[in-house]
Write a protein of this length. Structure first.
Length: 452
C-alpha cells in the first residue's frame, strides 16, 4: 500500500488481529448518511493469495488461515494510525484462483446492516430521550424500547455486546417510544426515532475490550439542527489550491460535477405522532414550491415526538429546507496524488480527514470554482456520501453533497459556512436583510428559514 497516506488493514475478532496490509492489492469503501433514515457503509478489499494462506481447508488449502471462519470476523481499515476509514462485519468471501495466481475478495458491511432482531409487539414507553439515547435503548432492547438487535459475537459467545449511539448535534429533539405491533428493532428506529426531528444517522466502528470481554458497536446521530458538535472533517476545495500550514490548506480537486440538487425536494410533508394521548398530526405545504414544482410529498406516521409543536417542527423541517431546487456542485473528486503534487505534505491532514468514517459524514465542504465563460463562485456544501478507491499507487476520494444553505444552520464569518452576504448574493442575487429571510440573529448564529 502507498506510503502516503498510510493504511493498516486488519482482520479482527476477540481472539486475534491479523494484519493483511502488505497483501492488499486495492480496496473500495463507501458511506452514506441518512436524513430521517439509517446511514450505511460497505467495503470491498482484495488480497493477494498466491501463497495459498487464505484458501479454505475444504478447497485443498494448506496455508496458515485455512481453518479461519471468515464470516465471524470484522475487517478494519485505518489511515494514519488513528482515522478509521471503514470498520464492519464480513458478509461475503470470493476467490479468483486459476491454479497459478489467486486473489481473495472480502465484502463487508457496517455492523447495524449486519444486525438482526426478532419480531415483537412493543408497548408505549413514557420516558423521553435524545435521538442518541433513544437509539441506544432500541439497539440494546432496554427501558421498554423493543427487542434490541442481535450481533455476531466474533469468537466469544460469552462476551457482552454493547451497541451505542452518540448525539453529535445539540440533542434538542426528545423522542418517546410508541406502541407498535409486529415490529423489529430496525422498524422502531426507522419509524419512531429517525423521522422525529428528523435526525441524521451514520455508522461507526467496532471495538473489542478483552477484560471484561465487551464488543462495543458505535453509531452517531445529529438532530434536526444538522450542525455537528465537532468540526473535524470540514474542508475547503479550490481551483487554485494553496496552503501555508496544514490547518489552512485549500485542497485541489480532480473532477467536479455541477447539477441540480433535487433528490430531497419536498413541497408538502405530513407528520403524525404515535404517542398515546397525543396523536397529533400536522401537514405543512410550501405553496410557492408546489406551484413551481408540483406536489412532492412525504409522510411519516407513528413517530415518537409528543406534542403538536414537535410534530409541526418536523413537518416544516422538510417544506422549509427541501423546497428549493439549486444548481450547485453535487459531486467532487480528489486524489492523494493530486494533493501531494499541489501542496506536498501540507494537504495531508485535510485529505486524511476525508477518509475518516466518523468525521466526514455531514461535515461541510466549501468549493470555489469557475464555470466555462462564467464568474467564480464559492459554495458551501454538506457531505452526504463518501467513496474511497485505493490502489498501491493512489487513493481517489469522491464526495456526494447537498447545499449547506438549506442543510446547515449558519455561523457568521466561519471559514467553511461563510458570511451571510456571500450566501444571499449567490443564491438570491441581492443583499437581503436578516428579517426578510426570517432569521433569528443573536450576533453570531442564524437560526430560522431554511436553515432551521
Amino acid at each position: 500500500m502507498p506510503a502516503w497516506p498510510d493504511y493498516t488493514i486488519t482482520i479482527v475478532d476477540f481472539n486475534h488481529t491479523i494484519d493483511v496490509t502488505d497483501l492488499c492489492t486495492g480496496f473500495s469503501t463507501e458511506i452514506k448518511v441518512g436524513i430521517a433514515e439509517l446511514g450505511k457503509a460497505s467495503a470491498t478489499v482484495t488480497l493477494d493469495n498466491d501463497d495459498g494462506r487464505f484458501t479454505p481447508y475444504e478447497g485443498g488449502g494448506t496455508g496458515t488461515y485455512r481453518y479461519l471462519d471468515w464470516y465471524s470476523q470484522t475487517i478494519q481499515i485505518v489511515n494514519d494510525t488513528t482515522r478509521v476509514v471503514f470498520d464492519g462485519v464480513i458478509r461475503d468471501i470470493s476467490f479468483d484462483d486459476n491454479g497459478v495466481n489467486s486473489t481473495m475478495t472480502i465484502t463487508a458491511v457496517d455492523w447495524l446492516s449486519a444486525a438482526s432482531s426478532e419480531v415483537v409487539d412493543a408497548p408505549a414507553v413514557g420516558s423521553l430521550g435524545t435521538p442518541g439515547e433513544s437509539m441506544t435503548r432500541a439497539l440494546q432492547g432496554i427501558a421498554g424500547w423493543g427487542p434490541g438487535v442481535t450481533l455476531p459475537y466474533f469468537g466469544d459467545s460469552t462476551a457482552t455486546q454493547n451497541p451505542v449511539c452518540f448525539d453529535q448535534g445539540t440533542g434538542s429533539t426528545r423522542t418517546q417510544m410508541v406502541a407498535l405491533t409486529s415490529v423489529t428493532a430496525h422498524d422502531i428506529i426507522a419509524t419512531v426515532i429517525m423521522p422525529a426531528g428528523p435526525s441524521v444517522h451514520f455508522p461507526g466502528a467496532i471495538t473489542f475490550q478483552q477484560s471484561p470481554r465487551i464488543a462495543t458497536y458505535r453509531c452517531d446521530v445529529v438532530d434536526y439542527t444538522l450542525n455537528k458538535t465537532f468540526a473535524e472533517g470540514g474542508v475547503i476545495f479550490d481551483e487554485n489550491p494553496s496552503a501555508t500550514t496544514s490547518a489552512d490548506a485549500r485542497l485541489p480537486f480532480s473532477k467536479l460535477e455541477i447539477g441540480y440538487s433535487d433528490d430531497l425536494l419536498t413541497t408538502t410533508a405530513t407528520v403524525q405522532s404515535g404517542v398515546a394521548l397525543a396523536y397529533y398530526s400536522f401537514t405543512s405545504t410550501n405553496t410557492d414550491a408546489e406551484e413551481r414544482y408540483g406536489s412532492r410529498a412525504r409522510t411519516y406516521l407513528d413517530i415518537g415526538e409528543p406534542g403538536l409543536a414537535a410534530v409541526t417542527q418536523s413537518a416544516e423541517f422538510w417544506t422549509q429546507r427541501a423546497a428549493e431546487v439549486r444548481y450547485v456542485p453535487i459531486r467532487i473528486e480528489t486524489r492523494t496524488s493530486v494533493s501531494e503534487a499541489a501542496l506536498g505534505n501540507l494537504g495531508r491532514s485535510k485529505m486524511n480527514d476525508l477518509l475518516a468514517m466518523q468525521t466526514v459524514p455531514f461535515s461541510v465542504a466549501r468549493i470555489t470554482y469557475t464555470a466555462t465563460n462564467g464568474a467564480q463562485v464559492d459554495v458551501p456544501m454538506v457531505i452526504t456520501g463518501r467513496k474511497v478507491n485505493a490502489t498501491p499507487s493512489d487513493t481517489r476520494i469522491i464526495l456526494d453533497m447537498i447545499p449547506a444553505v438549506d442543510w446547515q444552520s449558519f455561523v457568521l464569518d466561519d471559514d467553511l459556512l461563510g458570511i451571510l452576504g456571500d450566501i444571499t448574493d449567490q443564491y438570491d442575487e441581492a443583499t437581503i436583510e436578516y428579517d426578510q429571510l426570517g432569521f433569528d440573529y443573536d450576533g453570531e448564529t442564524l437560526v430560522g428559514n431554511r436553515l432551521g
